[in-house]
Design a protein around this ligand. Structure first.
Ligand code: SAM
Length: 288
């Protein structure tokens, strides 16, 4: 436990998919004036350098954000990808990307003055870095940071006072129990806040718990009579390689606009980030 540091993966293809979807969800919810509570259950350190530290060891950004940014210079991309890239560029002063904002920073920058952001992080080092980073933001007064286990604490925040909320659930799946904890957490959260928008990131791995996760969440959503959308991005298909080659987002109560945006963006992400003929995407949805 606690060997996972998100800096190794900052700006990877998995971050691109997750953050592209997350930005769309938040901006859609912000089209209505009512206050929003946004919960990021697995926050990480908040923002990452891509030019020193852990990110330079794994170099995942080379096949991720750097590749996409280069592609976008030479090709037209969808409005959703343009919007995502604008969020990443806004953390960087020059044209060159040296900083990658994690979910807490992307969400914080998009907060309106009456929205609230709640961040959970358990790692003893990451929580200190996260607190330090969040304190640099002008939105810091709207943000609560908890050094607590979000799987047990989320239900206590549901439903939020305004009854309008977005919950990003992005575990590291370091502990294989995370799959079970996640399913229990969603079940409890939907029980208390059936109309909330829940966005769950998951890795596409061959291990049993991982392969069955989307079907388990689908079952929970369907039992609660909730609409859902599932999107997966595969950048390569090299079964013997241990690198993460595909990941997905599962959204419960997705906005009606999301599927159209992803139908435009996913083929472009495959062209931009695909590394072999096995690259592709999955986009499925169900309307309750
Ligand atoms: N959401 C971040 C982003 O997109 O920038 C990345 C988060 S990273 C995948 C997962 C984080 O969750 C790690 O920093 C890990 O220490 C933390 N974590 C693991 N289990 C947790 C738990 N039960 N409650 C809160 N945080 C947890």
């Amino acid at each position: 436990m606690f060997s996972y540091r998100h800096a190794f993966h900052a700006g990877s293809h998995a971050d691109i998919l997750k953050h592209l979807v997350m930005i769309h969800l938040l901006e859609y919810l912000q089209e209505k004036p009512g206050a929003l509570t946004i919960v990021d259950t697995h926050a990480g350190a908040g923002i990452y350098s891509l030019i020193d530290g852990f990110a330079t060891v794994s170099k995942e950004a080379d096949q991720g954000i750097y590749r996409l940014a280069q592609f976008a210079k030479n090709n037209s991309v969808s409005p959703g990808i343009e919007n995502y890239l604008a969020c990443i560029h806004s953390e960087n002063t020059a044209d060159e990307i040296t900083i990658y904002p994690g979910s807490p920073f992307i969400l914080a920058r998009l907060l309106r003055s009456h929205d609230r952001l709640k961040l959970f992080e358990l790692h003893p080092k990451e929580i200190d870095i996260l607190r330090h980073n969040i304190n640099q933001l002008k939105q810091t007064k709207q943000i609560d940071v908890y050094a607590e286990d979000s799987f047990t604490r989320l239900k206590g925040l549901m439903p939020p006072p305004s009854r309008r909320g977005l919950v990003l659930i992005d575990p590291s799946y370091e502990d294989k129990q995370d799959y079970r904890y996640l399913e229990n957490t969603i079940e409890e959260a939907l029980h208390r806040f059936a109309t909330g928008c829940f966005a769950i990131w998951y890795p596409c791995l061959s291990r049993r718990e991982s392969a069955s996760l989307p079907d388990h969440i689908k079952k929970i959503a369907t039992t609660h009579k909730r609409s859902w959308l599932q999107v997966e991005l595969r950048v390569e298909n090299a079964p013997k390689d241990r690198r993460l080659q595909a990941s997905g987002m599962f959204i419960i109560n997705p906005p009606w606009t999301l599927e159209k945006q992803l139908a435009e963006s996913m083929p472009i992400l495959v062209r931009a980030l695909g590394q072999d003929g096995g690259a592709g995407f999955v986009l499925k949805s169900f309307e309750a």
